[in-house]
Design a binder for this molecule. Structure first.
Ligand code: TTP
Ligand code: MG
Length: 448
């Protein structure tokens, strides 16, 4: 989802930093087995689950007639995703609507700018996974990491015969019948757990997806898309260097972002192999010791970062973008609409927001993507309380706060041209810190 900061809900962007900036730490999620030593990093079992053509699947659930037709989800002039029927006709993600229609004239388009249903389904998936295993980390809307190391250890202990089970699904770079599960009992069990979780997601929510099974987040993510859609793949440790060298460039390594890739390129580092072999001392000069080591490790397929349970988001926001908004009256109407649904979401969440933030984007022919401006202000306690208690007149007061912030940024006496408005509640505080209060993670997940 790298290309579409614009479309991604702000609450969902944190995964990028979680992958990109995390320091390499020796980390095994706390084991409760007191007698046996905790599993070593090489014995971890991490799953990466990625739903198939996510927005399209949600629309096909809402309208089953769409299942059998080529379907594209449109945001502005771009097909952000399409179902697999459309993919058979040559339509791809992020194709322009014009190109997609050329490839497949019978393509059915559904607008995908309102993220409400995708967000709701996204949290249902995370909640379902969390009901089997607490260590779930969200990555965008349709991906989750699950650390199933403890589940695997438990099965190994309770049913030792399970160590000789075969692999479920594919094994990267081998015919799975040839892969000796006995040599990799943990990964083999992980492949069974992955199949069970995919089955649960399918039977309870009607969604299909792919899974990768490996010893780290990096490797699980890399391997999960090997066979699509609705399939899963396990990566054995002896194939780590194979999968790393199969990548077409450093940008394909999760955790190497656009900026990092540019800086590496300036050093002449283009391929994963270049990064593996580049003198560490020179990398350190460019990136500093810890980032340099992290990059080197990523290139070698090494990643010890833990699966960090995501929990409820730190802010709730909603936004809309448009070609042109240039009257205060339209701004007021848009802010009212956005705030009305956001206040409803905030009420269901149960936490009390302390801060309100308004963001706008002005039209700019040259710098389309990075021209957001924000102003924020504290939310007085009595208004915050009205939001959490569901009192209707909170909306009126919030709209007036928002308009004050708007006038701080925009002089409405002169012409203006906005292309986006975002409203956001931040600094969310649980009213009662007690477990099971409305503001708990589970209540957040239940709101859908
Ligand atoms: P992806 O997981 O990249 O794609 P996908 O789930 O649609 O398809 P696949 O079967 O290949 O996994 O993205 C998840 C959703 O995010 C996707 O359904 C639409 C949305 N999205 C954007 O909004 N902007 C983007 O640039 C991309 C790539 C996706
Ligand atoms: Mg997906």
């Amino acid at each position: 989802m790298e290309n579409s900061d614009e479309e991604v809900d702000e609450d969902e962007t944190e995964w990028r930093s979680s992958f990109t900036d995390s320091e390499v730490t020796a980390s095994v999620s706390g084991s409760t087995f007191s007698k046996t030593p905790p599993p070593t990093p090489a014995q971890r079992v991490i799953l990466h689950l990625d739903l198939d053509c996510f927005y399209a699947q949600v629309e096909m659930i809402r309208n089953p007639a769409l299942r059998s037709v080529p379907l594209g989800i449109q945001q502005k002039y771009i097909i952000v995703t399409c179902n697999y029927v459309a993919r058979e006709h040559g339509v791809t993600k992020l194709m322009s609507v014009t190109d997609a229609k050329e490839k497949c004239p019978q393509l059915v388009l559904v607008k995908g700018e309102d993220l409400t249903h995708y967000r709701e389904m996204s949290y249902k998936v995370t909640e379902l996974l969390m009901s089997s295993c607490p260590l779930v980390e969200r990555l965008g809307f349709d991906e989750n990491f699950v650390d199933v190391t403890e589940m695997v250890e438990k099965r190994l202990k309770e049913t030792p015969e399970s160590s000789s089970c075969s692999f479920k699904g594919h094994v990267y770079n081998r015919l799975s019948a040839d892969a000796k599960a006995g040599d990799h009992p943990r990964l083999a069990l992980g492949s069974h757990i992955a199949a069970e979780l995919r089955e649960a997601i399918n039977s309870r929510l009607g969604l299909t997806g792919c899974a990768g099974i490996a010893t780290s987040k990096l490797l699980a993510k890399l391997v999960s898309g090997s066979f699509k859609p609705n399939q899963q793949t396990t990566l054995l440790s002896e194939d780590i260097s194979e999968i790393m060298s199969s990548l077409s460039g450093i940008r394909k390594v999760p955790g190497v972002g656009h900026q990092t890739a540019k800086r590496l390129q300036a050093l002449g580092v283009v391929s994963v192999q270049d990064l593996q072999l580049f003198p560490l001392a020179d990398l350190v000069k460019e990136f500093g010791a810890s980032s340099a080591q992290r990059l080197r490790n990523l290139a070698l397929g090494r990643d010890d970062t833990p699966v960090t349970p995501t929990g409820a988001p730190q802010s709730l926001s909603d936004e809309d973008s448009f070609k042109k908004m240039s009257s205060t009256k339209d701004v007021l109407q848009k802010i009212q609409d956005l705030l009305s649904s956001l206040v409803d979401r905030m009420h269901k969440d149960g936490r009390q927001p302390q801060t309100f933030r308004l963001t706008i984007r002005r039209y700019s022919a040259t710098n389309k993507w990075f021209s957001r401006e924000s102003r924020q202000c504290p939310i007085p306690n009595h208004i915050g309380h009205k939001i959490t208690s569901g009192s209707g007149d909170a909306l009126v007061q919030l709209v007036s706060m928002a308009m004050k912030l708007f006038h701080k940024m925009v002089d409405s006496n002169t012409a203006f041209h906005l292309t986006l408005i975002n409203v956001c509640f931040a600094n969310l505080q649980s009213r009662a810190a007690s477990a099971g209060s409305k503001g708990s993670i589970t209540s957040f997940f239940k709101q859908g």
